[in-house]
Design a protein around this ligand. Structure first.
Ligand SMILES: NC(=O)NCCC[C@H](N)C(=O)O
Length: 258
């Protein structure tokens, strides 16, 4: 049976100091953030995901955004090398967690940088955003790690937002969804559906027709419901103030046979 495990990481007490790059800094309510994180984790559990907490990294303000630290392909965990220096220490705890789960571990090495938020997998196609956090060496190393396993790696320019997955994710049938004003190259995606809100571009596939989405994208939730999906809505306002979205708060491990 394929696994339904998801890595999550408790917010650091220093969350409010997290990086902001493309938006104005706003005050983050740390207590509310913890409540929102707990509700997010509960939503995963309610929909059948076993959540595994990576040991907290309290000194790393952005550590709750665990998606950026590792990319999974089959049972291989590629440990990222975050583009932001302040996030490099986040990977140690994640490496320990995935090794403990029986994953094969591989690494992005200097001079490569790559954030997990830049990697979107649709079947065996692995889109990788080349932008502020992931450099050309990171793209090459991702190719070298995953192409021998059967992946087709497609590089996508990203200049308007933090990560590729800030701009686009995909529905269960593989249709790419995105908010066009935030995309560099929409024509790269063969089957593409534009969404009316920036945060509507972010979905976590919970299984079946269920899509985990942010409360800040009500029009997009309506659009998806009208297409026969079931939006599961969570409020993640405090993480959005730090350019986070629903995808970055977990790493789903779907292909572990352990
Ligand atoms: N995958 C993601 O979308 N990660 C969000 C990371 C936000 C964090 N404040 C950062 O700038 O690295």
């Amino acid at each position: 049976m394929p696994s339904k495990k998801a890595l999550v990481r408790h917010p650091s007490p220093r969350l409010a100091e997290g990086l902001v790059t493309h938006i104005e800094r706003e005050r983050v309510d740390a207590d509310l953030a913890v409540e929102q994180w707990e509700a997010y984790v509960q939503a995963l559990r309610t929909h059948g995901w076993e959540t595994i907490e990576v040991d907290p990294a309290d000194d790393c303000p952005d550590s709750v955004f665990v998606e950026d630290t590792v990319v999974m392909y089959r049972n291989v965990a590629l440990i990222a090398r975050p583009g932001a220096e302040s996030r490099r220490e986040e990977t140690a705890g994640v490496e320990e967690a995935v090794a403990g789960l029986g994953c094969s571990v591989n690494w992005i090495w200097d001079p490569g940088t790559l954030d997990g938020g830049d990697v979107l997998k649709i079947g065996d196609t692995v889109y990788v955003g080349r932008g502020g956090r992931t450099n050309a060496a990171g793209v090459q190393q991702l190719r070298a790690a995953f192409e021998p396993l059967g992946a087709r790696v497609v590089a996508v320019p990203v200049s308007k937002v933090l990560h590729l997955k800030t701009a686009v994710t995909a529905l269960p049938d593989g249709t790419v969804i995105g908010h066009i004003p935030k995309m560099d190259a929409p024509s790269l995606f063969a089957r593409f559906l534009p969404v009316p809100e920036e945060s509507g571009a972010h979905v976590v596939l919970l299984g079946g027709d269920k899509l985990l989405m942010a409360a800040s994208a009500p029009k997009t939730a309506e659009l998806f419901a009208d297409l026969g999906y079931e939006p599961v809505v969570v409020d993640i306002s405090e993480f959005e103030k730090l350019e986070g979205c629903v995808t970055c708060l977990s790493v789903r491990l779907r292909e572990l046979y352990v």
